[in-house]
Ligand binder design. Structure first.
Ligand SMILES: CC(C)(COP(=O)(O)OP(=O)(O)OC[C@H]1O[C@@H](n2cnc3c(N)ncnc32)[C@H](O)[C@@H]1OP(=O)(O)O)[C@@H](O)C(=O)NCCC(=O)NCCS
Length: 375
């Protein structure tokens, strides 16, 4: 391929992909000063002007010519706005890499550019599959990949290499016949106001209260799966993990906060949303901080979460048909939360609830159908 003459121009109504020119050197250099660029890509740090000169005037043209990778400049709003490339395509399977200048982020530029080059890879280059890789925690990149139809995401421990250091990596891919549309749900956490409480996303500031609630003797007794003792790192990992729950479509988890002080009073989750057999059901689970117990906080919070679970997908709810809830037979406070919210006790799984002391309690099963639900 001759550079730049053979570089195809790919465009939709808003974004144009074209060969890089010398005029892109300065804006590309500027883009690479961005801390997010340095954190999530393999560019040299510090990034010097001569790096941009070398990349744009030597590396990119040479790789187009030898066919080892194809990089396009992204043009948006009449300006250079980033770079997207395809590479390492032996056997019809190759990788995509991308970055957008900070000023152009959050407008869907990258998603559009990714779709353009993926279509090009399949339709014009004859690829069978395009693979996306990102270091774990790069949520903006993961969201772009999800929006562009990448699927079957896995995490490879130490799968990535950044400036000599191994990092955990997410990998997903899209195949030639796949639709370039999101697969599965990426939920959001709506703020829901109630009487004296507010359901909101968990935040880093909640870590101490999460730790205290989960270290509490009663929580530890009934939720035997929790780490014991439950440290601050466990609380931080729990809070971080809420994003994964949303992005994988598995569940939605709220902090129950005091409406006035915003202090965390407990946690409520609607989960198992990808249930293998029934994609219209979900389970409800919760725990309360000890100083929030005995005053109806959880019953009220469950009411708000249930309402969201039964709200149709088109109205930004979870579109559930059936909810289930389980409580160890001895856990009367938890059963009470289910009952006051209209759940029906459907049965008892014998010796199914492992408790902290090694005893297996019976497990009371509850359910609630959308058809019998009254807010
Ligand atoms: C990743 C990157 C290319 C995204 O570019 P962009 O033009 O903002 O992408 P888009 O606007 O198409 O989509 C970004 C999406 O991520 C979302 N997003 C951004 N930060 C997020 C976060 N921390 N958590 C969850 N979603 C996030 C945005 O809201 C947007 O989704 P929406 O359109 O549904 O609201 C850009 O952030 C970037 O250049 N980062 C540095 C380089 C990099 O990480 N490259 C990828 C290496 S694998």
């Amino acid at each position: 391929m001759r550079f730049p003459d053979d570089v195809p121009v790919l465009t939709d109504s808003l974004v144009t992909l074209r060969a890089h020119t010398a005029a892109d050197i300065d804006p590309a250099y500027e883009t690479c000063q961005d801390p997010e660029m340095q954190r999530w890509t393999t560019i040299p740090v510090p990034y010097l002007h001569e790096h941009a000169v070398d990349y744009l005037t030597r590396q990119i043209p040479a790789r187009w010519q030898d066919g080892s990778s194809f990089a396009w400049a992204i043009e948006y709003d009449g300006r250079y706005a980033g770079t997207v490339d395809l590479r390492d395509s032996e056997g019809g399977v190759g990788e995509i890499g991308f970055a957008v200048s900070p000023w152009a982020r959050g407008h869907g530029v990258m998603t559009r550019a990714v779709k353009l080059v993926v279509r090009h890879a399949f339709d014009d280059l004859g690829w069978r599959r395009v693979t996306w890789r990102a270091y774990v925690g790069n949520w903006a990149s993961r969201r772009v990949a999800w929006k562009a139809g990448f699927r079957s995401l896995v995490t490879l421990p130490d799968g990535g290499l950044q400036r000599g250091v191994r990092r955990d990596e997410w990998v997903a891919s899209v195949a030639r016949d796949d639709e370039l549309e999101p697969q599965g749900n990426w939920w959001t956490v709506p703020v829901i106001e109630g009487k004296g409480i507010r359901l909101r996303a968990l935040a880093a500031k909640d870590a101490e209260r999460v730790m205290a609630a989960c270290n509490d003797a009663r929580t530890q007794h009934w939720l035997a799966g929790l780490p014991s003792p439950y440290g601050l790192e466990d609380a931080e990992a729990f809070i971080d993990g809420r994003l994964e729950l949303l992005a994988s479509g598995e569940g939605v988890s709220w902090a129950i906060a005091d409406a006035e002080t915003d202090e965390l009073l407990g946690n409520i989750s609607v989960f198992d949303l990808n249930n293998r057999i029934d994609k219209t059901m979900a389970e409800v689970g919760y725990w309360a901080h000890p100083d929030a117990r005995g005053r109806g906080v959880m019953a009220a919070a469950a009411g708000l979460a249930i309402r969201h679970a039964f709200t149709p997908l088109d109205d930004a709810g979870l579109g559930r048909r059936r909810l289930v809830l389980y409580a160890a037979a001895g856990n009367t406070a938890s059963a009470r939360v289910a009952e006051v919210n209209g759940f029906t006790r459907t049965g008892l799984d014998r010796a199914a609830a492992p408790l902290r002391d090694g005893v297996y309690d019976d497990l009371v099963c509850f359910d609630l159908l959308a058809t019998e639900y009254t807010p």
